[in-house]
Design a binder for this molecule. Sequence first.
Ligand code: BG6
Ligand code: MG
Length: 218
Amino acid sequence: MNKQAIEAVIFDLDGVLADTAHFHFLAWRELAQTQGIDFDETFNECLKGVDRMASLELILRQSSRNYTHEEKQVLANKKNQHYQQLTATMTPADLLPGAREALEAVRSAGLKTGLASVSKNAFFILERLEIRDCFDDVVDAALLTHTKPHPEIFLTAANHLGIDPSACIGVEDSLAGITSIKAAGMFALGIGSANVLTDADLVIPDLRHFLLNDYAVN
Ligand code: BG6
Ligand code: MG
């Protein structure tokens, strides 16, 4: 493996910088239960990093009945209202351990920072956490054609930052996100368990273990 200078770090938001992945889980589980669909943490792993409507499709696929487009819109809006209630009172204290330090380390090393979240609530969460100014670029999920695991979001972030993907680290807690980073040709840093994020180049339990020197791009 050749060591290549890293010039940018592109972070996912939910489950990487803030524990919002848990709020998405709670909101989806309640919605699934109203439809008589079983929902647990294992199934939830497949939804992480996947956008709202695609997540809903995966959940409803387990139901014996069919849903119209209008019914799906109503359910997606309900889930989102619940999620927004759960996140409404977040503050900077809700940043995950090591998140602020990791962002500061990247910036003080003179590297660029990007945010690649498919969440349409990302700008709101960044404001609540007061970290919008920590990023040179935040991809607007509303402008994307594809959700993760497609590489579009990470390639868009690298493009906005003006950095070649091979000089970027992508940081992700989801299976779909790791696939997206690898397909974009970046070093994939997984946050969580190596048993789950099997395709990551390196997995650390959380951002307290983030060390810029550890990374090389294939
Ligand atoms: C991702 C989460 O970041 O955003 C998913 O991992 C979530 O769980 C997706 O479904 C879309 O979020 P939102 O806020 O647009 O419904
Ligand atoms: Mg995530």
